[in-house]
Design a protein around this ligand. Sequence first.
Ligand code: 9Z3
Length: 352
Amino acid sequence: MEYFDSNPRPKQLDEHSEGAQAFIDQHAREHRRVALVTSGGTTVPLENQTVRFIDNFSAGTRGATSAEYFLEAGYAVIFLHRQFSLLPYSRHYSHTTNCFLDYMTHDERGAVVIDAEYRQQMADVLAQYTKAKRENTLLILPFTSVNEYLWYLRDLAILMQPLAANGLFYLAAAVSDFFVPADRMVEHKIQSSEEFNTKRQLSNGDDDNSNENLPAAHMEGKKLVIDLDPVPKFLKQLVDAWAPRSMIISFKLETDPSILSEKCQSALKKYAHHLVIGNLLRTRKHEVLMVSARSGEKWLRVPTDRRTKSVTGLTGNGAEPVPAADPIEIESLIIPEIKTLHSEVIAKGDPR
Ligand code: 9Z3
């Protein structure tokens, strides 16, 4: 894929790939299924020395929650996430409206203890977290930009090839469709004042500013003009070249309910992978549409009285808060469905 010849390899990728290799080897030896879960939004930097970037709403709730249910289902998980987005287990405490200190109190002797209200729930989460650490079943890797995301995805997919059908890709990250290619990226902070915005040195050192190599983001008079390229169709590459023997699940996010099913069907047809999970921005926390060649379309829904309270979204765009005494997370319905489908794929051969 030409993309990787002209966009820079992330600095920490070699070191992280080494860790991933050891993790994958361990679980291959132990015949454990390994899920690569991607999570959170990707940024699109406008400058090489990045001051400004384009981002999206994703807080990484789907990915972090799903990772926990994959672990519970016996999978080892590589959690490729947007740095500082939600993480499995710590998500219960990190991005809530409470400050983490609100979970604690002093006992009668003045020692810091967990408040009685949270003690049982925290003990349960701690037990799962400790198990994952003891068994080394959770590997956490960060990305920030869409470029880093694509490089990590490719390298990890290639490392996972020996797992064959025991490897699974669960692509919940909200990946930007547009980006600034390295050869059209300016090196320095874009100057808003006309007095300073004449010099536009590209990150490759080129600064002749002729029309054909105009920086993707630049000032025209007082206006900032941003002209983005499409992100290459990496899912096609993943399915056909990087992970041809693994199970691949992609997500499709829409805001218009009337096109969700059609868009999922079209993705399934275009990429010929195993499963597309469709979701709508407003209802994504309590309903999803599962679309596969094998089983057709199926909605999974959390009953109204069991919906979770709205979990933090960066823009507050989540479902309306619906208090539930004993809430069900939709991922607790999604992952068992996937596990069953994955078992069929492993047992009966690839149904693509
Ligand atoms: C999703 O649809 C995820 O479910 C959400 C989760 C991003 C909505 P949150 O992080 O949200 O829990 O707040 N991911 C979208 C995946 C995506 O970008 N798909 C692309 C596409 O369909 C590439 S596979 O083209």
